[in-house]
Design a protein around this ligand. Structure first.
Ligand SMILES: NC(=O)c1ccc[n+]([C@@H]2O[C@H](COP(=O)([O-])OP(=O)(O)OC[C@H]3O[C@@H](n4cnc5c(N)ncnc54)[C@H](OP(=O)(O)O)[C@@H]3O)[C@@H](O)[C@H]2O)c1
Length: 324
């Protein structure tokens, strides 16, 4: 039995595989050292392993490195692939992340994304984050116009609150919401996940591996250089980091008993959480793509679920920080 069945993306005609490849790390901006060839091979390995959902954004790479890698890896297979991209964030010189959700900016970014992806349309287009300088209604209306123009089959919103999502939905049919979620960072369960379930909006989650920590290969004495953007996040710092690694050790025996890798267990658990439509895992090599896609075949039993729930409870509250 496998867990590959595509799931509906809200009320749209798009369906998504329960696991998607998140293509941010391929842009070499979490850490350097990812070559274009490795990026293409990582996407291709995911396709070969049965992943059909690929998540990228205009700002994944200073020059669209992630979108370019997807285009190269899926050449000749476009019809079988769901491409999700995002607009509304770009880099200013000096690698300054800039949120700009003005309609003309969104339009220009989408045209450039389509050129990089070598396609006429994406399957899902998100507003990457609300622009605090303009009403979200203005950005939403532009996404609606882009959908009417055939540039995307469905629209989503990322890094939004329930209030922002409601206002967005009044101005554009919304099929998906994208927020962070993993075993230890479960803020969405309180409000926005139930809202999405009640309103037929698919929840697509990022950071299922807690930016790599839950894959179980980090060392206790690991130092993240300033070139690795993870050094800025509290989950990788001091006592928080050590307690997160204690959690990893607590769930490692569960994976061992089920005969799977830790990352596989973590991803399989995430795909089975009620209301979660697709889980975006990042990868930096074909081997990671392949290993993570084994989650399609991993099934938790009740003892595994209970052991994970106990370990989460023992870990307690985790320091968090938003991506945007
Ligand atoms: N909407 C948003 O604002 C937003 C924000 C963040 C992310 N996202 C999306 O969500 C996706 C997932 O997030 P993420 O990539 O940041 O985090 P993640 O999936 O939690 O972690 C990915 C990282 O874990 C490590 N890893 C993956 N598989 C592994 C394995 N089998 N063994 C050991 N290490 C492994 C790799 O890093 P190393 O090899 O470097 O250790 C990889 O880059 C992104 O790629 C992006 O598409 C969206």
């Amino acid at each position: 039995m496998t867990n590959r069945h595509p799931r509906p993306l809200g009320k749209s005609t798009v369906t998504v595989s329960p696991l998607g490849l998140g293509c941010w790390p391929l842009a070499g901006m979490t850490r350097s050292g990812i070559t274009p060839a490795a990026a293409v091979a990582t996407v291709a390995a995911a396709v070969d392993a049965g992943v059909t959902h690929f998540d990228t954004a205009y700002c994944y790479g200073e020059n669209g490195e992630s979108e370019l890698a997807i285009a190269e890896a899926i050449r000749g297979r476009r019809a079988d692939i769901v491409i999700a991209s995002k607009c509304g964030i770009h880099w200013e010189p000096g690698r300054v992340q800039t949120v700009d959700g003005r309609p003309q900016r969104i339009r220009a970014e989408v045209e450039e994304s389509l050129r990089r992806l070598d396609t006429d349309y994406v399957d899902l287009l998100y507003l990457h984050a609300p622009d605090p300088r303009i009403p979200i209604e203005e950005s939403a209306s532009e996404l609606s116009r882009l959908m009417q123009a055939g540039k995307t089959r469905a629209v989503g919103a990322s890094n939004v609150s329930v209030d922002q999502l409601q206002r967005f939905a009044l101005n554009c049919p919304v099929s998906a919401c994208q927020l962070h979620y993993n075993m230890l960072q479960r803020e969405i369960e309180a409000e926005i996940l139930p809202w999405c379930r009640d309103h037929s909006v698919a929840m697509i989650v990022y950071w299922p591996l807690m930016k790599g920590l839950l894959a179980g290969e980090m060392r206790r004495d690991q130092i993240f250089p300033t070139s690795d953007s993870r050094h800025k996040y509290p989950m990788f710092q001091g006592d928080e980091f050590q307690r997160n690694l204690d959690f990893v050790e607590a769930i490692r025996p569960v994976a061992a008993r089920l005969g799977c890798d830790l990352s596989t267990l973590v991803l399989a658990w995430t795909t089975e959480q009620p209301g979660v439509s697709s889980v975006l895992f990042g990868a930096t090599s074909p081997e990671q793509s392949w290993a993570n896609a084994q989650a399609f075949e991993c099934h938790l039993d009740e003892a595994a679920r209970q052991a994970i729930a106990s370990a989460v409870k023992a870990r307690g509250t985790v320091a968090s920080r938003k991506a945007v």
